[in-house]
Design a protein around this ligand. Structure first.
Ligand code: GLN
Length: 538
């Protein structure tokens, strides 16, 4: 069977939930027995998300194959429980890089290179290659940004052409836009939605399905208006209203008839959806739950999107064992300004030190780690958090004054965390870290081994620094357990402390592989420890 394409576009505002909608559409098709994959188009000129500040753009999601991608790929992977290759995050930067490279090689045979057809051909070829690679029944293609943006025009043009080339039965356009509710009159306003559909039509795309993002269900009259002005049948208008947790959305939309409408419109058989598995996962998020308070110590704490995979991993872990994590965000610079403020950490059931880059806030993070270690509060350190736990141990337990990571202090007398040897000659920033999935070997008899229940695991990575091998012996002698190593035994991947209820750090980012219903082992262990539960072998 040839792959069919569903294009998801957005209007009125960005951040109205296109990624969650795209994932939900995928789920509705999956439960009907169809195989799906997803592509995210990001119209910005960056080649990938790796060089973008998470504070402005949200988390950089790392794929198994080492892509630094948009966080929507994380939503697709979590909802659909599939691994998506980095190729599936298409950006303007990549498209132009290819076109310009071809031009320089003379591949355009003397022609004038233009947006139409050369740039649009490159876009179409990438979308089709993604479909071929995934060998899926349906490929979802989400176009980032908002209709009307200058930078997304070539992408809209390319998918408009795909409708002609692939045919009506094999392509579907779904447009999502905001329907605001006025505070004063409580009225649902459809005008911005209508305008965004007009904008789409102006560039030649008539959507097939319209999804209103509204706090509550659409009023009948508003739905009728959207159908009339958007020129789609009444049955093709759906509402993505607020749900208690995002994993409920696929079922909610299917209940409105969306799954059935999509398969009919794509001339697919409407197989009976099997929601059993998904529903039991969703239900696990709803049960009355014990609350644990987690201190989230980091730097980009003002935008929750900066740590979306970590937040989700904590939720997945909590849902599994009937615990609701309440996350409180702490800018660790506050501890630097006022060291006595660290005592507020006493009020938490667990302390996380988050991934990060650069010197700012590191001393405060080290203070948080020291507090967790000394006061025996469950601690989980991810990547930078792991590295700083080693620094803290070297300073406090081994007595290495001013021990540090060379990232924060290049002239430290004790560089316990130092650049990976292969990083020393790297100049460029984009795509140059140790990236993606690597095998990890876990030492038997350790907490890490107990959590995973395996000798050999694979987790994703994104880092430049590592535990300096010159200090391994001293750290071990001081009582730090090095419990996981890279497969070649050249790098430390996990550390832990034995005389502590739960003190675990990892160089990896296990959150990227956490899925609803299948929580990541370190996160599960951390949540259990924070809730005072026993950690059993898997
Ligand atoms: N800055 C550290 C490094 O590059 C940690 C990176 C991270 O936390 N993702 O190794």
């Amino acid at each position: 069977m040839m792959t069919k394409f569903i294009f998801v576009t957005g209007g009125v505002l960005s951040s109205v939930g296109k990624g969650i909608l795209t994932s939900s559409i995928g789920k509705m098709l999956q439960v009907r027995g169809y195989s799906v994959s997803a592509v995210k188009i990001d119209p910005y000129v960056n080649v990938d998300a790796g060089t973008m500040n998470p504070y402005m753009h949200g988390e950089v999601y790392v794929t198994d194959d080492g892509g630094e991608t948009d966080l929507d790929l994380g939503h697709y992977e979590r909802f659909l429980d599939i691994n998506i290759p980095k190729f599936n995050n298409i950006t303007t930067g990549q498209v132009y890089a290819s076109v310009i490279e071809k031009e320089r090689k003379g591949e355009y045979l003397g022609r004038c290179v233009q947006i139409i057809p050369h740039v649009t051909d490159e876009i179409k070829s990438r979308i089709r290659t993604a479909a071929k690679m995934a060998k899926c029944d349906i490929l979802l293609v989400e176009i980032g940004g908002t209709v009307g943006d200058i930078e997304s025009l070539p992408f809209f043009e390319a998918v408009r052409q795909m409708r002609l080339e692939e045919g009506y039965d094999d392509t579907l356009f779904i447009h999502l836009a905001l329907v605001p509710i006025l505070d004063v009159t409580k009225e649902q306003k459809s005008k911005p939605f209508q305008h965004s559909v007009q904008e789409l039509r102006r560039i030649g795309i008539q959507p097939d399905i319209l999804v209103a993002r509204c706090r509550i269900s659409l009023d009948e009259s508003v739905k009728k208006k959207i159908s009339l002005f958007g020129s789609v049948p009444y049955e093709a208008v759906f509402t993505s209203y607020d749900v208690d947790n995002i994993y409920m959305l696929p079922m909610e939309l299917d209940r409105q008839g969306m799954g059935e409408y999509i398969v009919k419109r794509l001339s697919l058989n409407n197989k009976v959806p099997d929601w059993n598995n998904w529903n039991s996962i969703v239900a696990s998020f709803k049960e009355p739950q014990k609350i644990v308070k987690i201190a989230m110590c980091g730097k980009y704490t003002k935008l929750a999107d900066s740590y979306v995979s970590i937040i989700e991993a904590l939720k997945h872990a909590g849902a599994k064992v009937g615990v609701t994590p309440h996350l409180e965000w702490i800018e660790t610079t506050v501890f630097e300004k006022d060291p006595s403020a660290t005592s507020t950490l006493e009020n938490y059931d667990g302390i996380m030190v988050l991934p990060g880059f650069g010197a700012r806030g590191t001393e405060g993070k080290i203070m948080a780690i020291k507090f967790a270690r000394e006061h025996k509060i469950p601690f989980l350190g991810i990547c930078f958090g792991f590295q700083l736990a080693v620094v803290e141990f070297a300073r406090s337990v081994l007595g290495y004054k001013n021990a540090d990571t060379t990232e924060a202090n290049p002239s430290t007398p004790h560089p316990v965390i130092d650049l990976l040897p292969e990083q020393k000659s790297v100049g460029a920033l984009g795509g140059t870290m140790r990236l993606g999935a690597y095998k990890i070997f876990l030492e038997e008899g350790t907490l890490a081994h107990q959590l995973y229940g395996a000798n050999e695991i694979s987790e994703r990575h994104r880092h430049r620094y590592e535990v300096n091998p010159n200090y391994w012996e001293a750290l071990k002698e001081g009582g730090l357990v090095l419990s996981g190593f890279s497969y070649d035994k050249r790098r430390v991947e996990f550390i832990e402390l034995p005389d502590h209820p739960f003190f675990l750090g990892t160089q990896a980012h296990p959150e990227f592989k956490s899925r609803p219903g299948k929580p990541s082992p370190p996160y599960l262990g951390f949540i259990k420890a924070s809730a005072g539960m026993k950690i059993k072998v898997n």
